[in-house]
Design a protein around this ligand. Structure first.
Ligand code: FAD
Length: 434
């Protein structure tokens, strides 16, 4: 391509699409490059879509977006080998005119999102891998090289939306690949069942949906969690743990997934299903302290590539969309002033992002990843087992006086963790939660 663009966006996931759409709608000449056959072909998500962040980009998205179910119920399970203790929240308030959260299937959703980017006027090229960032003699990013013939393309600014394991920034020496204790590996299967079966098993009607998130012995003492999301005619089920923990324990992702599926609380939900899809993907989980440099001379980085993922609340796509939109807004503002895309000018993106929920939320939980990882054995194995045992003792009626039962329950916690251990664990979590 001979012509020069105002902006090149690398990647057509949530972050890249948000950035390309915002800039194209504001009249910038945008080229978006995606290595996959189509937008979404390489992307994996649970997947919960957070409407608020998409509404800011496409206010009327509900009219034609491929949405699965809107969520009316959130279940959080603490599991041991044979039981789960649940915290469930269900409300008819979520049956609102404009629901707040939906399940989606990324391959379909990203295709639709990409069409909106094209309609806004951006040039979108799929099956095109960006192999290198072009830098001038001062190290300024001036464009990209692709795997296509003669694939050198120039632009004022490059938006890196290449996802968690994007190698461009690292190749150019402008950022590092996340370390194994800052990234989780998740595996996911799609279990197909009839709509009626899903409705009956999850107590749903119409387009209502349920999310189940689970921690406990399913991750075998590693920092991680399992999830079950209801779609219209299939169930997304998966589990992910820190890569460093897989390395340390020698456990395998598929081994964990099999264990999760066989759990007596999970097996009846997927019984008789047909598995048509299996995928694996990394999730950035280093939090605030793992965020790399967000911009430099002629470039910005958004979404998973910038480690913008809130693992505590299982939010990623909304942070990607928001950072993509904000980066694009900053670029448009700089462009409208006819200013160059220098690191100093592009730091406007960082400033705007700092003022948003993205950085505020990640900052709030800045110590949580390290606390959970360092004490994973306690939080993901010992406590779930203690909770389950305590709950069983509590609900089982066997003639033991209640006061005696309560003493036994308390003693089981003290025996496993000691008073000082219990106190320290509570303090650690409380401090990291602030
Ligand atoms: P991606 O969506 O990964 O997009 C990056 C794109 O860049 C890809 O299309 C890729 O092909 C392309 N690309 C990479 N390198 C190049 C290159 N050199 N040249 C051209 N193209 C390139 N988030 C939620 O909000 N809700 C959930 O329920 C949820 N569940 C999840 C479950 C799982 C199992 C996983 C793995 C993640 C989940 N997430 C969830 C996180 C969410 O998927 C990510 O935060 C989000 O996809 C990040 O968007 P992104 O645009 O930054 O990256």
């Amino acid at each position: 391509i001979e012509e020069k663009f105002d902006a090149i966006v690398v990647g057509a996931g949530m972050g890249g699409n948000a950035a390309a759409l915002t800039m194209a709608e504001r009249g910038l000449k945008v080229l978006q490059l995606e290595r996959g056959e189509y937008s979404g072909s390489k992307n994996v998500q649970g997947a919960i879509l957070y409407a608020d962040m998409l509404e800011k980009l496409i206010p009327d998205f509900r009219e034609d977006a491929p949405l699965e179910r809107h969520l009316v119920e959130q279940r959080f399970w603490i599991m041991d080998e044979r039981s789960h203790t649940g915290l469930h929240y269900r409300s008819d308030d979520f049956n609102e005119e404009k629901p707040n959260r939906y399940t989606i299937i990324r391959a379909q959703f990203d295709k639709w999102f990409s069409q909106k980017v094209r309609e806004a006027g951006a040039t979108v090229l799929c099956e095109t891998t960006v192999t290198e960032l072009l830098q001038d003699s001062h190290g300024r990013v001036v464009g990209v090289r692709t795997d296509r013939d003669g694939g050198e393309i120039h632009a004022d600014v490059v938006v890196l939306a290449e996802g968690v394991n994007g190698v461009l920034g690292t190749g150019a020496g402008i950022r590092e690949l996340p370390k194994s204790d800052k990234v989780a590996l998740a595996v996911k299967e799609m279990h197909f069942l009839s709509r009626e079966t899903i409705d009956a098993r999850f107590n749903l009607k119409g387009d209502e949906g349920v999310v189940i998130e689970a921690v406990g012995t399913i991750s075998r003492g590693m920092t991680g969690m399992g999830f079950i999301y209801s779609n219209k005619e299939c169930i997304s089920l998966g589990i992910g743990c820190l890569v460093a923990d897989f390395q340390r324990t020698g456990e395998t992702p598929y081994g964990l997934l099999e264990g999760f599926k066989r759990h007596p609380s999970v097996a009846p939900l997927i019984e008789g299903s047909e598995v048509k899809e299996y995928s694996a993907h990394l999730i950035p989980e280093g939090g605030y302290k793992a965020i790399p440099q967000l911009c430099g001379e002629g470039w910005v980085v958004v979404g998973d590539a910038a480690q913008l993922n809130n693992a505590i609340h299982r939010e990623g796509s909304n942070l990607a969309m928001t950072s993509g939109r904000i980066a694009a807004e900053a670029i448009c503002l700089i462009k409208s002033r006819n200013d160059p895309m220098t690191a100093k000018n592009l730091s406007l993106y960082k400033k705007m992002l700092n003022d948003s929920f993205v950085i505020k939320d990640l900052k709030k939980y800045k110590d949580m990843p390290a606390v959970l990882h360092t004490h994973s054995q306690n939080f993901f194995l010992t406590y779930p087992q203690l909770f389950s045992k305590a709950m069983q003792d509590y609900v089982r009626v066997d003639g033991t006086p209640k006061l005696e039962k309560e003493k036994l329950m308390l003693n089981s916690f003290i025996k496993a963790r000691s008073w000082s251990g219990l106190f320290s664990d509570a303090l650690r979590i409380a401090r990291a939660w602030r």
